[in-house]
Design a protein around this ligand. Structure first.
Ligand code: BG6
Length: 474
């Protein structure tokens, strides 16, 4: 059997995409709340358009999302029914520190999560908690400019210390930043950054990157001090870049593009900035804001495991002006002619998961955790509200099959697998509800209409069987 008996099967969500209750329980406003559905979403999430409040022209899907704020007990019960061993979720920073720079936390916010974790414990589900999944308090953006400011490290440290202390014994698996490399591609989501006129954008992004990496290492240190049982992971938006063909220029280009993302994990896992990155920054006259003691903190506090999301592989071409491009979670890629694509144009490559796992394991020699994988698709319920999502089952089965090979044939150490959006939720990229990933259908449309009723899809029973058989029965 490739998977150990403790293998952590489960599903993943993020607070901003499912919780809603944006103004309840003393919660403050966050960047993710003010990101609308529609054509302005992209310029806003990439930090090109300043939009820090609500207006009447847009619809804001995160405000209520799927209202997990009021439905969490029912949702956890459904996850337990599928046999989840783990549930990956994130904390809304502004539920705990509404503005972000307070000294004392909001008790109501802490209580909210504490109850969720206690219920998980009762159900035998191990929480896997992302400390920040694209969220940043609006106050920290307005007052300090987001992660371009070193003060953010302090605020994050306060958040981390608060949650590690309060949830000691209830949570053992933590991820410091969701898809940390996303800050280079969607800086408003990844780092609360809105670019100013004439600003050197690249410099700002690497400034923020250093601050997040430092914050991540400090959180790792505190987590280990507070509870040696804590396991901390980094989290990368992964997907191997393949060279377009064997032309050496394309091979080099693929290596370069892989490194542009992997450097984050190199720092978090190996504890130092790799030479290739330092050389690149030197060439581009970008300075990292390294202060005395920073490098020691990075070196001494590396992560325990490597987690990542995987939706697709990518393709790199040195001279790609004329190349056909395919969509993906913000990452642009040359189209791979050998692969099919989802309705949203994301190419489907199960073998790429095995390849990506092997690269990560070879490079870091630490256990891996696949914390996101799934198919965003349009689901059409029948007259009884049932969705026969065979396409989703096929996608997941093919990926699990390859993941199994990575473990069984290649010997990769793997802690677990959580599918993305185990219950339908708001898409991070587009703000749509109609881009569904779940085993559970939620009656809600792209503009907030619907009863919010939860209905298991065909994949619900399929995944239950997968978990019960520890991945044998696909
Ligand atoms: C990852 C994010 O990039 O991809 C999730 O961590 C996101 O938050 C997921 O939802 C799928 O992307 P999308 O755009 O289809 O929601």
């Amino acid at each position: 059997m490739p998977f150990s008996k403790d293998f952590l099967w489960g599903g993943a969500t993020a607070a901003n995409q499912c919780e809603g209750g944006y103004n309840l329980g003393g919660r403050g406003l966050a960047n993710v709340d003010v990101v609308p559905h529609g054509k302005d979403r992209f310029p806003i999430i990439t930090g090109e358009m300043k939009h820090l409040d609500f207006d009447d022209e847009h619809y804001y899907p995160a405000k209520e999302a799927i209202d997990m704020y009021h439905h969490w007990k029912e949702d956890l019960a459904l996850f337990a029914e599928m046999g989840f061993k783990t549930y990956r979720m994130s904390l809304a920073w502004t539920r705990i520190f509404p503005k972000g720079d307070e000294k004392e936390p909001n008790e109501e916010g802490l209580k909210f999560y504490e109850e969720i974790f206690k219920e998980c414990q009762r159900l035998g589900i191990e929480p896997l908690v992302t400390i920040t999944h694209f969220d940043c308090p609006i106050h920290l953006i307005e007052e300090y400019g987001g992660w371009r400011n070193r003060k953010m490290v302090e605020f994050y440290e306060n958040l981390a210390r608060t949650i590690f202390t309060r949830f000691k014994g209830l949570v053992h698996y933590w991820l410091t930043f969701n898809e940390i490399n996303m800050l280079l591609h969607a800086p408003f989501m990844g780092a609360g950054i809105v670019f100013e006129e004439g600003e050197n954008k690249e410099q700002t992004k690497y400034l923020a990157a250093h601050h997040e990496l430092l914050a991540s290492a400090i959180a790792t240190k505190i987590a280990h001090e507070i509870d040696p049982e804590n396991k901390i992971g980094c989290m990368l938006a992964a997907g191997e870049y393949y060279p377009f063909d064997c032309h050496p220029d394309n091979v080099l280009e693929a290596q370069k593009q892989n490194r542009d993302n992997l450097f984050f994990i190199d720092v978090q896992s190996r504890g130092k900035y790799p030479n290739y990155l330092l050389k690149k920054l030197e060439r581009e006259s970008i300075e990292l804001p390294i202060k005395e003691g920073d490098l020691e903190i990075l070196a001494e506090n590396t992560v325990d495991f490597i987690s990542f999301s995987y939706y697709s592989s990518r393709v790199a071409k040195a001279k790609d002006e004329a190349a056909d491009k395919s969509a993906g979670n913000i990452f642009e890629s040359v189209t791979n002619p050998y692969l099919e694509a989802s309705e949203w144009g994301w190419q489907i490559d199960p073998k790429g998961l095995r390849i990506t796992m092997n690269t990560a394991y070879d490079r870091y020699q630490k256990p891996l955790f696949v914390v996101e994988n799934g198919l965003g698709a349009v689901d059409t319920p029948d007259s009884d509200g049932f969705v026969a999502d065979d396409y989703r089952i096929a996608y997941l089965a093919a990926h699990i099959e390859e993941m199994k090979k990575a473990v069984e044939i290649d010997g990769v150490e793997l802690l677990g697998y959580t599918t993305w959006g185990c219950i339908d939720l708001v898409s991070a990229g587009t703000g749509e509800m109609s881009k569904r990933y779940g085993f559970i259908y939620v009656d809600r449309d792209d503009f907030g209409k619907g009863t919010l009723k939860r209905t298991p899809k065909k994949s619900f029973n399929w995944y239950k069987k997968v978990i019960a058989s520890n991945g044998e029965d696909l």
